[in-house]
Write a protein that binds this ligand. Structure first.
Ligand code: ZN
Ligand code: ZN
Length: 141
C-alpha cells in the first residue's frame, strides 16, 4: 500500500503520508547539518497536500544560499525536526527520514551538496551524486 506514517521523539506530533516518496535525498549542506544535528540530512519528498499532520508544529524560517525561503517544522515539546518546505518547491513537503516509522520507506537515491560533506562522512557512491543542488532537479518543479 502506498504511503507511510511517522512521529517525533515524544509522539506529540505524528503524520500520515498518503503517497510514497517522490524522491529521497541525502543532503550534506550546512543547513541540514545544523538543523538535524546529524552530519547530513536524509530528506523524504512527498506531495504536501497528501500529508495529514496531527499535533502542533513550531516553525522556523530562514533563507538558504539559493535565496529560497526555507521553513523548518519541529515539535515544540521534544524539539525533533519533522519536516521542512522550500519556496523553490511547490507542494513538496520534505520529511526528515528519522521520523518515519517503516524503515523500508527510507530509500535514498541521491546525494546532494557533496562539496559541503564532512571529510569523515562515508558516501554511498552507487547513488546519484551531485556537488551542489542541481537547478533542474526533477523534484524542484
Ligand atoms: Zn515531540
Ligand atoms: Zn540540505
Amino acid at each position: 500500500m502506498p504511503g507511510f506514517t511517522g512521529k517525533c521523539l515524544c509522539g506529540a506530533v505524528s503524520y500520515t503520508s498518503h503517497e510514497d516518496p517522490i524522491v529521497t535525498i541525502n543532503c550534506h549542506c550546512e543547513d541540514c547539518r545544523r538543523s538535524t544535528g546529524a552530519v547530513f540530512g536524509t530528506n523524504v519528498m512527498v506531495p504536501e497536500d497528501r500529508v495529514d499532520i496531527s499535533g502542533e508544529l513550531s516553525r522556523y524560517t530562514h533563507t538558504a544560499d539559493s535565496g529560497n525561503t526555507m521553513t523548518k517544522m519541529f515539535c515544540p515539546s521534544c524539539g525533533s525536526l519533522v519536516a521542512g518546505t522550500s519556496s523553490g518547491r511547490e507542494n513538496v513537503l520534505s520529511i526528515r527520514a528519522g521520523s518515519i516509522d517503516d524503515p523500508e520507506k527510507i530509500d535514498p537515491s541521491v546525494n546532494v551538496f557533496l562539496d559541503r560533506k564532512l571529510p569523515t562522512t562515508l558516501v554511498n557512491e552507487e547513488l546519484t551524486c551531485w556537488a551542489r543542488m542541481p537547478g533542474n532537479a526533477p523534484w524542484k518543479k
